[in-house]
Design a protein around this ligand. Sequence first.
Ligand SMILES: C[S@@+](CC[C@H](N)C(=O)[O-])C[C@H]1O[C@@H](n2cnc3c(N)ncnc32)[C@H](O)[C@@H]1O
Length: 224
Amino acid sequence: MPSLSDRLLKIASFINKGERVADIGTDHAYLPIYLRQSGISPSVLACDIKSGPLSVAKKNVTLSGTDGVAFRLCDGLSGLSPDEADVFVIAGMGGELIANILARCEWAKGSGKRFILQPMNSPEYLREFLCKNGYTIADECAVRDADRVYTVISVLAKQDTAAHDERYFFVGRLDCAREDDLLFLKKQYLRLSSCADDLEKTENREQYLYYKRAADYISKYIGV
Ligand SMILES: C[S@@+](CC[C@H](N)C(=O)[O-])C[C@H]1O[C@@H](n2cnc3c(N)ncnc32)[C@H](O)[C@@H]1O
């Protein structure tokens, strides 16, 4: 079994010892295997929408001699009930898909459950969805892994008591005093300003202005 990537290790670091985990979109089941073998989680539910990845997950769990991992073929959180895990991980998918999985779940909102989310893109879309749909971003941290940098967002399914404006969606709880957070924000700045440049001379004024505000705000926040 290959050693866990820094991205998955960072996700695992958000899980407290003794917490039962459901890994939504588990694919290879590296995270469930690590959580069981390190003794962090007493049980892990490895879920995927496709039977191919779930077969790979089962094979990897068996080959690694890991116990305490159950499997479920299901779409997002729809095949699960809230009492089956303490923490629900949704990682390695697009920000819009993660938001869509939460939006389609009947029990998630207001459940008080914890979700660890790791969007591969559009973090600003996901943060906006969370803030406008009854979730609180409890913590967020970026992690460098090989030649990429990712953000990991820890979320509580309860209404945030603080009011947030659009600027919060662009940066979340990243802290530019931390090296990996700063790198992530620099990359976001480049992506968002490039989107704004592409749209500047098009009819899509609203979208252009959104990307421009996002890039300008991040630029000011990180001081570039
Ligand atoms: C790129 S892999 C990420 C694997 C792992 N979570 C990680 O972060 O390394 C994405 C996985 O999510 C699964 N997936 C996509 N949409 C899903 C959904 N709606 N419900 C459950 N799994 C889904 C895919 O089948 C695939 O196995």
